[in-house]
Design a protein around this ligand. Structure first.
Ligand SMILES: Nc1ncnc2c1ncn2[C@@H]1O[C@H](COP(=O)(O)OP(=O)(O)OP(=O)(O)O)[C@@H](O)[C@H]1O
Ligand SMILES: [Mg+2]
Length: 164
């Protein structure tokens, strides 16, 4: 339950009883409501954090944009709403399918949030898309093509489902 906190990417567990638990509060704003100018910097950082989380063998079943809290002042990223994060104990990293799901879920849900917020196309949005394109173009992630990342972010493609 505290796997994410152990790697500095989620709330700790303050109390855990038989029928309830209390997590620590993470200050900040979710990615879902983050102003576009801030996203230009933070989106690549969140993608990196997803890679680190997956690299630690933690599978978050719903890394949607509303489940990522950014503390701009402390420069920290936290993933919430992962009450039963499954740590794969026998492997050091998750399968490519698991990792792809986590990236796609984040990008796809962000596009839905932008649509719901009625954000117009803008130069700022283009910069965010370029940032995502460059991330997948330059990291050894190899799971998504840069173009697929952009298509997910612009709502042209839908994410693949949660792995079995
Ligand atoms: N540890 C935390 N620290 C700070 N804020 C939190 C924390 N956990 C949740 N929140 C706040 O509460 C909101 C809802 O939390 P959460 O994502 O866990 O539930 P949900 O997605 O609304 O519920 P559900 O997944 O049951 O539909 C978050 O968007 C965030 O603003
Ligand atoms: Mg949530």
């Amino acid at each position: 339950m505290s796997a994410l906190a152990e790697i500095g990417l989620g709330p700790g567990v303050l109390i855990c009883d038989t029928d309830f638990f209390v997590r620590s509060f993470l200050p900040g704003l979710t990615l879902k409501y983050m102003p576009l100018p801030d996203l230009e910097h933070w989106l690549p950082e969140v993608l990196k954090a997803i890679d680190r989380m997956c690299g630690s063998g933690i599978f978050h079943t719903d890394p949607n944009a509303g489940n990522v809290i950014i503390d701009k002042h402390a420069k920290k990223i936290g993933f919430i709403d992962s009450e039963i994060p499954a740590r794969i104990r026998t492997e050091r990293t998750l399968s490519d399918e698991d990792r792809r799901f986590c990236h796609e879920r984040l990008l796809y849900t962000l596009s839905r949030d932008w649509m719901n917020r009625g954000l117009p196309s803008s130069t700022m949005k283009q910069k965010i898309l370029s940032g995502a394109y460059n991330y997948y173009n330059s990291t050894p992630c190899g799971l998504l093509t840069p173009q697929r990342a952009v298509d997910l972010l612009t709502g042209k493609e839908i994410q693949t489902g949660i792995p079995k």
